[in-house]
Design a protein around this ligand. Structure first.
Ligand code: SF4
Ligand code: FES
Length: 249
């Protein structure tokens, strides 16, 4: 396959960026999208040009590092698929493919396709934990967890923290991420004690980072590579309301 790539190039967060075109030839349809970018970077390096900077780590859909807007869609055209799990067979020989970074004022561009997602870390620091005595691992049967709660917590815990939800949201909201992280803990017995205060602290930090409010458009869940559902946000909002009510009664 031969493809033309139009890639956002930006030297640092203060520089102006622009789309630059590159041709890549003899790509196997069985290559992943990131392997195709590796080929481009080998080409650029051999020619003495700067390789394209892009984030990645596991390349298995687990770490959440890959963060490409491909042809205008966060993580590209395949549903439930992170950029690193996308294969070139989903494109056609001769295609022109646009590749851009996540676009959000709360995710400033560091270089080319790499953005600063430390705002997510600060949301987790604000409440994404439980305060419990540590020690040896307890007996697995010491605290019984209803199956539906365990499943709910597990589904929420599959959020890989990639930020595609923010990139896709017209409001630039990170409420799907925040809802998943709060639900992961709040669905379990161990997370009940701080459930409402955790939700409030995380949402306050979300707002302080400049993310927008949720108006339930649903673009976030459409691009989420693990299918986090919108009702995680409803549950988060319920916990926030409970926290506000508890503080005023
Ligand atoms: S909710 Fe989905 S899109 Fe958002 S950070 Fe988590 S995995 Fe990524
Ligand atoms: S590189 Fe880890 S999820 Fe894509």
């Amino acid at each position: 396959m031969n493809v033309t790539l139009r890639i956002w190039r930006q030297h640092d967060r203060h520089a102006a960026g622009r789309m630059v075109s590159y041709g890549v030839e003899s790509i196997s349809p069985d290559m992943s999208f990131l392997e195709m970018l590796d080929v481009l970077n080998e080409q650029l390096t051999a020619a003495g040009d700067d390789p394209v900077a892009f984030d990645n780590d596991c390349r298995e859909g687990i770490c959440g590092m890959c963060s490409l807007v491909i042809n205008g869609i966060a993580h590209g055209p395949e549903e439930l698929t992170a950029s690193c799990q996308l294969y070139m067979r989903h494109f056609t020989d001769g295609d022109t493919i646009d590749i851009e970074p996540w676009r959000s004022p709360s995710f400033p561009i560091l270089r080319d396709l790499i953005v600063d997602r430390s705002a997510f870390d600060r949301i987790i620091q604000a409440g994404g934990y439980i305060s419990a005595p540590t020690g040896a691992a307890p007996d697995a049967a010491a605290m019984l967890v209803p199956k539906k709660d365990a499943d709910r917590a597990f589904d929420a815990a599959t959020c890989i923290g990639c930020g595609a939800c923010v990139a896709a949201c017209p409001n630039g909201s990170a409420m799907l991420f925040t809802g998943a992280k709060a639900t992961h803990l709040g669905a379990l017995p161990q997370g009940q004690l701080e459930r409402n205060s955790r939700a409030l602290a995380m949402v306050n930090q979300h707002d302080a980072e400049g993310f927008g409010g949720c108006t339930e458009i649903g673009e976030c869940t459409a691009v989420c590579p693990v299918g986090i559902p919108l009702d995680m946000i409803s549950r988060l909002n319920g916990d926030v309301l409970s926290a506000l009510r508890d503080n005023t009664t």
